[in-house]
Design a protein around this ligand. Structure first.
Ligand code: ATR
Length: 288
């Protein structure tokens, strides 16, 4: 990599960030598109957040991603926040526009983009979302925006599923929303088109766990597991045995990063699919 005077610096702040794949994704992207930028990752403690943001402004850092535990607390340090990030109550991307910090959330955008690249349409579909945390919020709100017919939120803690289902009904009255526990006793499984796993069940190192069993679903079911480590989760393994189409979390991870890049660089990437595939090929070396 050439280090010279023309670099714009972008970065990630979070705690912990040691295992983050974001530097690989974003630096690979700059290399592919021939941009002389650099992307770094910084471990930032909560007590230091305000100071770090000030330093970023002074150094004219052009943009940064935000991950746990700062996705909510960052909001009080920003000059404005996109509507989507406001609805989600969380920011994962900040753009420094002439000294003004603007917050965005590209989790939902990245999820939708990954569906588009996989040629999976969601309009008028019934989607079962497993989980009710940050990722489930971003994904179900983006699905509701995109015009799904029905969203069923299923979560271990029923009260959180209820809160998310009610939020969807409030913000998107045309979308039917329901909630249930992960046992799915009240759900008409045969009516479900897509399942998205947003729980951490099945994530490394608990790779033998699945959030639900797959009895009683229709033949054309699509299973999207947003976990990317392992690349093939227990849930995906069960799904593949039944012949269902599966998608893993690498796709969303890469696409949310590429959506952040579009915000920072203010250009539409006309080689999006080609660049996505190239980054996926690179990442697959790092993630088993
Ligand atoms: P993220 O930001 O990745 O969405 P999160 O907000 O911590 O992370 O959400 C984690 C999700 O995984 C939650 O829906 C959580 O369920 P609870 O609301 O009941 O905590 C779910 N989850 C985590 N561990 C789980 C387990 N062992 N069994 C079932 N669900 C689990």
């Amino acid at each position: 990599m050439d280090i010279n005077f023309n670099k714009d610096v972008y970065c990630l702040i979070g705690n912990p960030i040691a295992k983050s794949l974001s530097p690989i994704i974003n630096n690979s992207y700059y290399k592919i598109i021939g941009k002389n930028n650099i992307y770094l990752a910084f471990n930032v403690k909560e007590k230091d957040l305000a100071d770090v943001i000030n330093v970023f402004k002074i150094l004219n850092i052009k943009g940064f991603n935000v991950t746990l535990p700062h996705k909510i607390s960052i909001m009080e340090h920003l000059d404005s926040i996109s509507d989507e990030a406001k609805i989600l109550g969380a920011v994962n991307t900040v753009k420094n526009k002439n000294g003004r910090l603007i917050g965005y959330n590209t989790d939902g955008m990245g999820f939708l983009k990954s569906l588009e690249l996989e040629d999976v349409g969601v309009k008028d579909k019934t989607v079962l979302v497993l989980g009710a945390g940050g990722a489930a919020n971003a994904i179900s709100i983006s699905l509701a925006k995109e015009g799904v017919k029905k969203i069923i939120i299923s979560n271990r803690t029923l009260s959180k599923a209820k809160i998310l289902a009610e939020k969807i009904s409030r913000k998107f009255p045309k979308v039917t929303s329901e909630y249930d526990s992960l046992k799915l006793k009240n759900v008409r499984k045969e009516k479900i088109d897509i399942i998205v796993n947003c729980t951490s069940v099945g994530m490394h190192p608990n790779i033998d766990e699945s959030p639900i069993n797959l009895h009683g679903f229709s033949e054309n079911l699509i299973i999207y597991d947003i976990i990317y480590k392992p690349r093939r989760t227990k849930l995906m393994e069960l799904a593949e045995k039944k012949g269902y189409y599966t998608i893993n979390g690498l796709s969303m991870l890469i696409n949310q990063a590429l959506c952040s890049q579009e915000i920072w660089l203010e250009v539409e990437d006309y080689n999006f699919l080609k660049n996505y595939k190239e980054i996926k090929r690179i990442l697959e070396i790092y993630v088993e």
